[in-house]
Design a protein around this ligand. Structure first.
Ligand code: S3P
Length: 171
């Protein structure tokens, strides 16, 4: 068994949720989804939190749940795509966690999210342009946060779980 957490960061649609479940199933450990924790704490969906209280409020709740999740041991932490916007989130998650940046290109992200409606930041007339803009800003932040970078464009995501288990020393 491992005592460190496996922390997945990356843009929306980079495969965090699918891959965190695969890892957890393999290790028989829990997944800690920060988005789920936020929704539970607020008793509202992420879309509703954004609409009714705004993004700044959402980021405060995200900070609080990141502090809470970082106290866990031996879990997989599935972070929302904006976790890197506050460097304090990464500092605390790294205390007992290995951070993996799931790096998917803009086109792959677009293909995966284009028919979904639950991500308020992408509910815009030109989601591909928004994806490009946000990834442009965030990629350096993900890179800085990462202990390891795992490529998840196209079909690459299929080998991500194995790579992460090996790099975390738990394969
Ligand atoms: C966000 C990503 C979402 C969610 C919220 C904001 C972001 O999580 O936290 O909609 O800023 O990139 P996923 O990356 O799991 O979709």
């Amino acid at each position: 068994m491992f005592s460190k957490n496996i922390v997945l960061v990356g843009f929306m649609g980079s495969g965090k949720t699918t891959i965190s479940r695969q890892i957890a199933q393999h290790l028989g450990c829990p997944v800690c989804s920060l988005d789920d924790m936020i929704e539970q704490e607020e008793g509202a969906s992420i879309s509703r939190i954004f609409t009714e209280k705004g993004e700044a409020y959402f980021r405060q709740v995200e900070y609080r749940v990141a502090q809470k999740a970082a106290k866990e041991k031996g879990v997989v932490i599935d972070c929302g795509g904006g976790i890197v916007l506050n460097p304090d989130n990464i500092t605390v998650l790294k205390k007992n966690g290995i951070v993996f940046f799931l790096d998917a290109d803009e086109r792959s992200v677009f293909e995966r999210v284009k028919d979904q409606t639950h991500r308020p930041l992408l509910n815009v007339p030109d989601p591909l342009a928004r994806i490009k803009e946000l990834i442009g800003v965030r990629r350096p932040l993900y890179q800085r946060a990462a202990d390891h970078i795992i490529l998840t464009s196209g079909d690459q995501w299929k080998t991500a779980c194995d790579q992460i288990l090996k790099l975390a020393g738990v394969a």
